[in-house]
Structure formats: C-alpha cells, structure tokens
Ligand binder design. Structure first.
Ligand code: PMT
Length: 408
C-alpha cells in the first residue's frame, strides 16, 4: 500500500447509498498514514452517521455551514486550505451540478467554491442520471476546470437497475488518490502559462483588444497542474474560472503581462497562449475621449508592445522549454516556422484562426506542433485534448532531457 504520510485529504461525503463505501476509504487513507477530515452533507447523513466517520477518521466531522462552534474552531476556508487534495466520494449528480454552477447551499459546496486545491470526484448515481446530457455537460465543465475523476463503474445498482453509475470501489479511489500524489510526471517542475487577450486602454472606457476567451490557455494550465507542475497562470480579462491548483494572476495590458511573467521566473516551462495586443495607444487619455464638434475622427498614435514570448525565449532566466502559439489567417505552417525562429522559442502550436476568427472562443481547435524536427498535425479536436497532448509532449521532453532545476 502506498504511504500517504504527511498527506492531508478533505473528504466530502454527499448523498448516495455508496456513502457506506466512503467509510472503507477513510480506513484505507488512515491505514496508509494519511490524514483525513470529512464534511458530511445532509444527503450523506441519510446513509452514514457522523459518529462512524469520526471514529474512523479520528477527527471532528463537519456538516453545518452555520455552526458557530465549527466556524470559530475551523471555518470552511481553513477546511479547504489545509488539505492537499479534496475528494468528493460519493459525488452525487446534485453536488456535481452545484459544483459546475458554483452554487453554495451548504458547507460542502461553499468549501469547494472557496478552495484553490485540486479536487477528485468519484461519481455515483443511477445510470439514467449519469447518461443525462445535463450531468455529462456538468462533468465536461468540471473536467475543463481541471477537476479529476475516478469511475463510475458499470454494474448492478441499489435501485435494482443495471448500468454505468456505481461508485468505484474504495481501493480504486485510494489508488486514484495515490496516483494524484505520486504519479505526476511533472511534479517538481514549475510552469508559467499566459492566456486570454490583453486590453490596451485608449481612455477609461475604451480599449484595443481581441476575441481570445482564454479557453485554450486555461486548459493548458489545468493539464500541466494535473500532471503535477506548479503552475502560474497569467491571464488577461476573461470569463474562465481559475483551474484547480493553479496560481492565477490577472492582468489587463501586455506590459503588465510581461512584468507578471518575469516575476514568475525562474520557471522550467513557459507556454504563451495569450493573444497579446501587438500595439497599444501611445498615450491613454485619463478622461473619456469626446466626440468632436466637427465630427472628425481622432487619429490614435500607437506604440509597439513588448513581445513576451520573445523576451522569455531570450531571457537570462530562460525556461528550459518555451512554447508559443502562432495565430495565422494565411500560410499557416510557413509563418509559424518563421515565427518560431524569429522569437527563439522551442515549439510553436500553429492554429489557423480564419478570417472570421473561428478559433477564438470555440471549444475546438486545429493545431500543428511545429518544432526544429518539422510539423505534426494534431487534427481538429477539443482545446482540452490539445492541452492534454501538449502536456504529454512536455512530459516526453523532460523524460528524455536532463531537467536543469529552474527553481534552484
Ligand atoms: O483564448 P481562446 O479563445 O481559446 O483562443 C485561443 C487562441 C486562438 C488565442 C490561441 O490558440 C492562440 O493562437 N494564441 C496566440 C495568439 C497570438 O497572439 O498569436 P500571434 O501569432 O500573434 O503571436 C505569436 C506568439 O507570440 C503567441 O504565443 C503570443 O502569445 C506571443 N506574443 C505575441 C505578441 C506579443 N506582443 N507578445 C507575445 O508574447
């Protein structure tokens, strides 16, 4: 059995007959030397008692957001922050939906929303609920945010039906927990990822920007974090939430993005997925620019923004692996290869963004990996899959090459 000594797990037990298996999971974690604290939802308490959980975990059991005693002694923020990993087992269709929507009706969901820790869910529900498009959409949302999952399994259900939805056995969940801690190929490496657009102010209400949604950059940050890297995500203004376990730094302008990137050095890996504005107004007006009496349009003088990818590629603290994107509307591969050489990065992910900006904000992307060895067509696939593939390539690189320990 893998030792979980010094590992702290927050186990959330939500409503479902599979909650009885969570007692065995607590026993396994304790047996392996791990520390486990539990939150029991109202639904969970219909199936297992706080007393059995407390006896097995040798800890208080938390179940009430409004408990004055619990909030003063521990508090939901501390509950989440003191854990290395949050495990939701069983994860009912209801708690999965609440997590996806960011709802906080109770202590468990409030803790999950307030947390910046990695989360592993073990879904358990009737097979029709599992197959329902609403559940599948919620799971996809959680996956995009970097939430890990184990199971469910197929089999006979407590309701007498048969299908997919049985919670994984405690041993399998324990194995997923061990994998999280120990099978993380990028553990010990640091990564910085840029994402989203930059906004370059013209005046207090207007800016030069672009259509980047941050989906691609955020997915890469999530995948690198899942593989164990310590990730700093530097993002322009987007509506994406921060992936689990990632240190998010929000910026507006290219100058701020550059400075945040330089502050994140030394790092082993840099991935520049942000659509940085190439130009900014030379002078941003402190007051809103007014329409002119004579109806003439103002002439706006622009200045060149810093090139973040190029700066990182040529930095004295250059990350061992620097990866950029090339967003092109014509001659994709030719332009991408030239960009890779000009900027001095190792790899470029070339995407044809089309004259209609089709790639911006979309869930899918068609990229080519351009390196010194040529090009590899990854086909049209989801941005999450591209992030996973890129992480696998980076893992391969660090397996084949000596890691130069940027953080030392
Ligand atoms: O955010 P999404 O909606 O998911 O869309 C994803 C995406 C289309 C934005 C992404 O896949 C992408 O292509 N990102 C790079 C966009 C871009 O600015 O490409 P570029 O060819 O203009 O720049 C080349 C590289 O230099 C990029 O890595 C860019 O981050 C970097 N750059 C560019 C200008 C600048 N001043 N500094 C930079 O670091």
């Amino acid at each position: 059995m893998t030792s979980l000594k010094d590992k702290s797990i927050l186990l959330i037990i939500s409503g479902g007959i599979a909650a009885y298996k969570s007692l065995e999971l607590i026993r396994l974690i304790r047996k392996s030397g791990g520390h486990v604290r539990c939150i029991l939802t109202k639904g969970g308490a219909q199936f297992v008692t706080p007393l059995s959980i407390a006896a097995l975990s040798e800890e208080n059991v938390y179940d009430d957001l409004w408990s004055l005693k619990d909030e003063t002694e521990m508090g939901h923020i501390r509950l989440s922050r003191e854990a290395d990993l949050i495990v939701v087992a069983p994860a009912s269709a209801n708690i999965i939906a609440q997590m996806a929507q960011g709802l906080t009706p109770d202590l468990a969901t409030t803790t999950l929303l307030a947390s910046d820790k990695p989360v592993l869910i073990a879904p358990a529900m009737n097979h029709k609920m599992w197959d329902h498009p609403a559940t599948q959409a919620n799971l996809a949302t959680l996956k995009d945010r970097g939430v890990l999952s184990v199971g469910p399994d197929e089999g006979d259900m407590a309701c007498g039906e048969h299908g997919m939805g049985r919670m994984s056995e405690p041993e399998a969940i324990f194995e997923a927990i061990s994998d999280f801690f120990f099978k993380r190929p990028l553990k010990g490496l640091t990564a910085l990822v840029t994402s989203g657009p930059t906004h370059e102010p013209l005046d207090p209400v207007r800016f030069i920007g672009n259509r980047s949604s941050g989906k691609q950059g955020h997915a890469i940050a999530a995948a690198l974090a899942q593989a164990g890297a310590h990730v700093t995500l530097i993002s322009g203004p987007v509506n994406q939430s921060a992936p689990a376990g990632v240190n998010l730094i929000k910026v507006q302008t290219a100058a701020q993005m550059l400075s945040a990137c330089e502050n994140a050095l030394p790092a082993d890996i840099a991935v520049c997925a942000a659509a940085v504005a190439d130009w900014a107004p030379e002078q941003a007006s402190t007051q809103k620019l007014k329409k002119r009496e004579d109806e003439s349009a103002p002439t706006i003088a622009l200045k060149q923004n810093p090139d973040i990818l190029k700066t990182l590629s040529n930095h004295k603290n250059r990350p061992q692996m620097v990866i950029g994107f090339a967003a092109e509307t014509e001659n994709l591969l030719e332009n991408a290869a030239a960009k890779r050489t000009r900027k001095g990065c190792d790899w470029i992910l070339a995407n044809d963004v089309g004259t209609d900006g089709k790639t911006f904000g979309a869930d899918e992307n068609h990229v080519y990996l351009v390196s010194a060895n040529g090009q590899d067509d990854w086909g049209l696939t989801s941005k999450t899959e591209i992030a996973r593939k890129l992480t696998a390539q980076i893992t391969g690189y660090f397996t084949d090459h000596e890691h130069k320990h940027a953080a030392e």
